[in-house]
Ligand binder design. Structure first.
Ligand SMILES: *[C@@H]1O[C@H](CO)[C@@H](O)[C@H](O)[C@H]1NC(C)=O
Ligand SMILES: [Zn+2]
Length: 527
């Protein structure tokens, strides 16, 4: 037995050694390119290398800086978190994070690769495993259930356990199948709560904080009825938000999706007809229940709210999804940073603290359209809001956790030289026909850019705009999510817990531990 193990070990060492050899052989690394060697010819001149990086001391100094940063935290911040701000970048794969940081640096006139997003400078980070109970690659509904309710469930379902089948309303109403979210745990502890999204208030991600549904698309009664389900028996998500715990107690609700709250017989404040068939104006209902509350629908109204004199704020800034930051009228639609600022101002008035869910929801839409320029710009809007949140709050009492729900099939490939425009062509490689390709590509999406013979076409004349649709290998109306892990980035009390590789459903339990809320273990219980 022992002998066998020894032989196995020797075999393994042999394999490892062979691997290292392989990687160190440049011919293996660059493959056929050594024949038609655009990459090395061009790069050999060193023209892409920033001069300071030619000195080994540059990397030693950077390493010592990074080491010092880690040594500054000799003791983890073991305090209790009074406040939790949970930031969710929808569809923000790790490739999206890397590409966004490069774009950030390039917008500042630098090569870009060396840049960092605000949350990448947080003291602790880990990885989240995103699969759902019945899905290798998840959607935003089952993942919201994981990171807000702490339980993995089936794809397309929210706030109910995996015992509930898709579309089975009866099962979703059985109390044993219904979950509670960290927003409810926070409310039970006397904290203020709020949700913010750039999608709609009834979209899958924010709904994880309040909804219980066997189908994420049951956003209003009309949607429920369209599945042949009786909306008087099966309560739509907009109604749940306004009339049920914990939604009706939210002090901040910011997003799009006005139409889901008002009847089709009237126009919403953006001039579009409502979407409800039951004739109920949920916003009138909400205002009747919240006499000190205020409804806002544009940036000017939002910024004129005196957060100290209102009891709660609901903001519905578009009829449906909010617009991409690059397409929005910035005098009309607030930015995620502006939404974040008002949210923190309002919620921080509670001396017991608060829980806020804040979503950059359009990163996912940019990636679904294979419009990487939009996805990355939304990721940069997201990182700005996080930076503002960190600046507005005390690192001693406010835990900020940043993560994503699932990946997307974006890749950064082909040995482009340092500083190559991230939204441009890779000038250092071609396909087998000698045609250059873009730095960014998707596995799945709407356009593969092949000619009638199936050959890749030259993109030089098309690429470059923010709204360019990047190529994909598998043609589909839209890009799809991916099943790779996503990052978790944490700062503040108990941030050291958010390290290592964990189940996505563990995240809210760690936040609850840090803030001493919920029914599980709490830092306050430790002696
Ligand atoms: C819905 O779930 C319940 C269990 O809660 C089950 O009895 C019923 O058969 C299911 N309905 C359908 C249509 O599958
Ligand atoms: Zn998506």
């Amino acid at each position: 037995m022992y002998k066998n193990r020894l032989i196995l070990l020797i075999l393994m060492v042999g394999v490892t050694w062979a691997r290292v050899e392989e990687i160190h052989d440049p011919e293996q690394l660059t493959g056929h390119k050594l024949v038609n060697n655009r990459l090395l010819e061009d790069m050999a001149t060193n023209k892409y290398t920033p001069p300071e990086e030619k000195d080994p001391q540059f990397w030693y100094n950077l390493a010592y800086e990074e080491l010092a940063k880690r040594l500054e935290l000799p003791q983890p911040n073991a305090k209790k978190a009074k406040n939790i701000i949970f930031f969710l970048g929808d569809g923000m794969s790790l490739s999206t994070v890397a590409a966004a940081r490069i774009l950030k640096g390039q917008r500042q006139g630098n090569t870009g690769e060396e840049s960092s997003l605000s949350f990448e400078r947080f003291s602790h980070s880990g990885l989240s495993r995103t699969y759902c109970s019945n899905a290798q690659v998840p959607d935003s509904a089952c993942t919201a259930t994981a990171y807000l309710c702490g339980v993995k469930t089936n794809i397309v379902e929210i706030g109910v356990s995996a015992a509930v089948d898709y579309n089975n309303c009866t099962a979703s109403q059985d109390p044993v199948n219904r979950l509670t979210s960290i927003a409810e745990w926070a409310q039970n502890a006397g904290k203020s709560t709020g949700i913010v999204t750039t999608t709609t208030l009834t979209h899958a991600s924010p709904s994880g904080a309040y909804a219980k549904t066997a189908n994420r698309l049951w956003e209003c009664d009309t949607d429920v009825a369209s599945y042949g389900v009786d909306p008087t028996q099966c309560i739509d998500m907009a109604t749940q938000l306004v009339t049920q715990v914990p939604g009706k107690n939210f002090e901040v609700m910011f997003g799009g999706g006005f139409g889901k709250f008002v009847p089709s017989t009237i126009q919403d404040l953006h001039g579009n007809p409502g979407e409800r068939s039951d004739g109920v104006n949920l916003l009138s209902k909400w205002q009747a229940q919240h006499p000190g509350g205020v409804l806002v629908s544009n940036r000017k109204q939002l910024l004129s709210v005196d957060t100290t004199s209102v009891s709660s704020i609901i903001g519905l800034f578009q009829s449906q999804l909010m617009k991409f930051h690059l397409e929005a009228d910035e005098t009309y639609q607030p930015t995620l940073s502006e939404l974040t600022e008002v949210t923190i101002k309002k919620l921080s008035q509670n001396k017991n603290g608060y829980f806020a869910f804040i979503e950059g929801g359009l990163i996912d839409y940019g990636n679904h359209y294979n419009k990487a320029g939009y996805a990355l710009d939304e990721a940069l809007e997201f990182e700005k809001a996080i930076q503002l949140a960190r600046e507005m709050t005390d690192i001693e009492d406010t835990l900020i956790v940043v993560t994503s729900d699932h990946g997307h099939t974006l890749t950064i490939a082909g040995y482009p030289g340092r500083g190559t425009p991230i939204l441009g062509l890779n000038h250092h490689d071609t396909d087998v026909n000698g045609v250059k390709y873009s730095v960014l590509n998707y596995a799945v999406g709407p356009n593969n850019y092949l000619d009638s013979e199936g050959n890749r076409i030259d993109l030089s004349d098309q690429i470059g705009g923010n709204d360019f649709v990047f190529p994909s290998y598998i043609t589909q109306a839209q890009g799809t999510h991916s099943g790779d892990d996503v990052g978790i980035f944490a700062s503040g009390p108990q941030s050291h817990l958010f390290t290592g590789v964990m189940q996505q459903s563990t995240i809210p339990h760690l936040m609850a531990y840090a803030a001493c809320i919920g029914s599980g273990p709490k830092v306050c219980d430790e002696v």
